[in-house]
Design a protein around this ligand. Structure first.
Ligand code: UD1
Ligand code: UDP
Length: 387
């Protein structure tokens, strides 16, 4: 049997990390069945947002990098569509794997569906019900251009049903007769796989940051609402600095370049104060193994990231989310994720309550068994008639 050609489209940090779960599962269990090719859109291009993950996670390297870089939504997405289409027509893959909800996901969905390549959407069905979020538009459009949709949670699965997707559809599947699955989350596959390795390989990181195990708070901020809205950025960071001082607890903050750029350009004085505050560890983005170690060893997490929210749950850490809403509603219902928006009072209240031990928190297994990538690949084989 000749190998089936799968094409991954990635572009942003979390997609490279997610694709590593699929890449690993192909290498370990499906290497005879699938030939994997990867197209990198170039949406993320700094080493610490891109190359570092290919190196560290031993992922199939991009066969193509169409190098679009940063631009406005329309321009960036248009350049991606053009570049992806060219590669699709040359490579003619059996199907196209898309991850998450970035502009690279949307561009992949448009390019592939219009040229009649089946789209497989991994992390389908998530909704914030806030269409002012660029990611919400990307999710809805990508789901509706897909043939196989892998929803990581029952809430995501229900969202798809509410939008007219029918679980009872039977093969042959197509864009007009799509198949929806309730799977686990491939990010959980990764966190399970890399948790021990992170301790072994990156254990010295805590010393180099001068922080103690279980005695620091991990913070990430990168969403457009929190970085482009200067008032929100100022409120969040000045509140966090004040809380670090009041509590004498260290905050470790690997900052996305978007956040650092906005601080430097719009809030230079605050940026200077943050750098001078010895309790705050403002550092460049870290590798996935370093991030995993920080998540495992922190006291709790403050973030606006989708992925980091879930990882907080994987490592049984409570989490404050700097947004009004989240797609991962099971975490909020569970009481371990608190939505604090950019509200100083809510941030303060939750900060001090999370500093106290919460022996009563429980972390049920919402995200599968750590073998979601294998499940997805098996279903792709059925779909392609090769199982
Ligand atoms: C993108 C995704 C977001 C995802 C995030 C993951 C969209 C609309 N947004 O947001 O859903 O959560 O990735 O990290 O797709 N920049 C650099 N170096 C880089 C890349 C970006 O400095 O390598 C800076 C540029 O100033 C750029 C800004 O970050 O304008 C935003 O980059 P962009 O890729 O547009 O969005 P993200 O905020 O990274
Ligand atoms: N991450 C990382 N280094 C960092 C910050 C995040 O490796 O400095 C990882 C994190 O562990 C998670 C993913 O990046 O797996 C989340 O990506 P991000 O927060 O950029 O995007 P989102 O998940 O919100 O789309």
């Amino acid at each position: 049997m000749s190998q089936l050609k799968l094409m991954n489209v990635v572009g942003a940090r979390p997609q490279i990390i997610k694709a590593s779960a699929i890449s690993r599962a192909i290498r370990n269990n499906f290497s005879e069945k699938f030939q994997e090719i990867t197209l990198h859109t170039g949406q993320h291009y700094d080493k610490e947002l891109s190359d570092i993950f290919f190196e560290e996670l031993e992922i199939h390297r991009p066969d193509y990098n169409i190098g679009v870089g940063s631009a406005s939504h329309g321009k960036q997405t248009a350049m991606m569509i053009t570049g992806i289409e060219e590669v699709l027509l040359k490579e003619k893959p059996c199907c196209v794997l898309l991850y998450g909800d970035t502009n690279s996901t949307l561009a992949g969905a448009i390019a592939a569906s219009k040229q009649h390549f089946p789209v497989i959407h991994i992390e389908a069905g998530l909704r914030s019900f806030n269409k002012t979020m660029p990611e919400e538009i990307n999710r809805i459009m990508s789901d509706h251009a897909s043939t196989l949709l892998f929803a990581p949670t029952s809430a995501a699965f229900k969202n798809l049903m509410n939008e007219g997707f029918r679980p009872e559809n039977s093969p042959p599947y197509s864009i007009n007769n799509p198949k929806i699955y309730l799977t686990g989350d491939i990010m959980y596959d990764n966190s399970l796989f890399f948790a021990e390795l992170a301790e072994k390989k990156k254990g010295e990181l805590l010393d180099s940051l001068s922080v103690e195990r279980n005695n620091f708070v991990l913070v990430t901020i990168h969403r457009d609402i929190n970085t482009d809205n200067i008032e929100r950025l100022k409120l969040i960071l000045s509140t966090l600095m004040q809380l670090a001082k009041e509590s004498s607890v260290n905050l470790v903050m690997p900052l996305h370049p978007r956040t650092t750029n906005s601080l430097k350009a719009n809030l230079p004085e605050l940026y200077d104060d943050l750098l001078k505050c010895s309790l705050l560890k403002l550092i460049p983005p870290v590798s996935f193994l370093e991030m995993t170690l920080l998540e495992k060893t922190c006291r709790f997490i403050i973030t606006d990231s989708g992925g980091v929210q879930k990882e907080s749950h994987f490592f049984k850490k409570p989490c404050m989310v700097l947004r009004k809403e989240t797609e991962w509603i099971e975490l909020v219902k569970n009481g371990t994720t608190k939505l604090v928006d950019a509200d100083p009072e809510k941030i303060k209240y939750e900060f001090f309550s999370l500093l106290n031990p919460h022996a009563d928190f429980e972390y049920p297994s919402f995200y599968g068994d750590g073998k979601t990538a294998e499940f997805i690949l098996r279903e792709i084989l059925y779909f392609l008639g090769e199982a």
